[in-house]
Design a protein around this ligand. Sequence first.
Ligand code: UD1
Ligand code: MG
Length: 481
Amino acid sequence: MTDPRLAVIVLAAGQGTRMKSSRAKVLHPLAGVPLIGHVLATARELSAAHTIAVVRHERHAVSAAILELMPEALVVDQDDTPGTGRAVELGVHALPADFDGDVVVVSGDVPLLDAATLSVLITAHRTAAASATVLSAMVDDATGYGRIIRDATGALIKITEQKDATAEELAILEINSGTYVFSSSSLREQLPLIGTDNAQGEKYLTDAIGLLQATGQRVAAVPAPAAWMVEGVNDRVQLAVTAARLNAMIVRGWQLAGVTVQDPATTWIDIRSTLAEDVALLPGTHIAGATTIARGAQIGPQTTLLDCEVGENATINRTDATLAVIGAGASVGPFAYLRPGTELADNGKIGTFVETKNAKIGAGSKVPHLSYIGDTTVGVGSNIGAGTITANYDGVNKHKTVVGSHVRSGSHNVFVAPVTIGDGAYTGAGTVVRKDVPAGALAVSVAPQRNIAGWVVEHRPGTAAAADAAATAGPDDPAGS
Ligand code: UD1
Ligand code: MG
């Protein structure tokens, strides 16, 4: 149920300089979703009446991503005044003028914070009737963070940024996570009063805490259950650390749900993928995007599935697949490359060194070895010979190949599209199929073989082959047979 007295402001206007990237920091992917997607998912769980995201750097890309992930969010632009205080001030401006409630402030670059922790913070804030409640954390190394300054009784006084801190303050290991609950009236009152007279020339949101405390309002800091929950991603080292931590949690979750993961350290599962009981993942496997895997399927080793659908008891070995559907009991690989639009029906096979694209391969049909099958449909129960290529591209346009049911095509064929091979037809080895093959016909296009007797002895004298030929060839070998 929506909480009419709750609003969330997501800060995403910062530049993310330390990522050294042309891509906005909050759009770097983590478990298959942009960083900010994790924050928005948490925000959504709070069922706030209003969710506002403040953007500036790379605003087009960032706001497009935000609205795709959370269409109900309101995107607000930050102006030329820098700082988290200004960002929140503009966010609050965007709230309805009569909104009177609590405002949760979260950072777009803190992806692992969960809704349960935020709910505890909101409850603490409301129970204490506080003006501001800060989520803090105890860390081993506080470098870069704002420090939580408490008095002798432990009451929160203010937050001091690293760059403005005294030596004594720098020694404090309780840090500001950058996550807060404020009463909307306190923010409306205090934010206009905050200046930019500090080491960074920015309007610090953290100054609101000291101002509220000084005017006798109730402020508090509540430590998070664990420091990793509030760790921000500021550079690519932190991105990798955060990704590994999130992945470990995702993998563990699936293990507890009945998935065998032989080597959690080399298995990556994106947050939007889903797996059924008795799925087995072998080492070096990445289940990416919105992949779904049905019961009993075995994936890996060394396999990446992006946005794929895998049926029950299928096996996929050393394969790279994108937007492919793999039926129940089907087998794929080793060393297969399934491109978008591949649909392998139940009990079908795409074997070793096979590439497919826009290929619908019917139930029980097999493409076992060394083939390229593109823009093709294959009926049921057909067998495509080793080394078959669908020549789907005439240099300008792509054309379709249609293979019927129960076809047996020979090895090393080329199907020159557009072409149709009828039900039950056969093709000889080495056939270049340029014309449609009627149902039940045998197509052959290879010239009859000619053997020229004695050719090696005559034309390659002095070679090992010629010596062998001389020793083994009978005197009465018919020439040219
Ligand atoms: C901020 C806090 C610091 C805290 C730390 C936790 C302030 C002044 N400091 O510092 O006390 O320990 O987070 O990670 O708030 N942003 C905007 N507009 C801006 C600047 C930043 O929207 O003008 C956004 C960023 O995109 C980011 C968040 O605010 O999502 C935090 O900004 P960042 O520059 O990372 O602040 P820190 O220096 O880390
Ligand atoms: Mg930061």
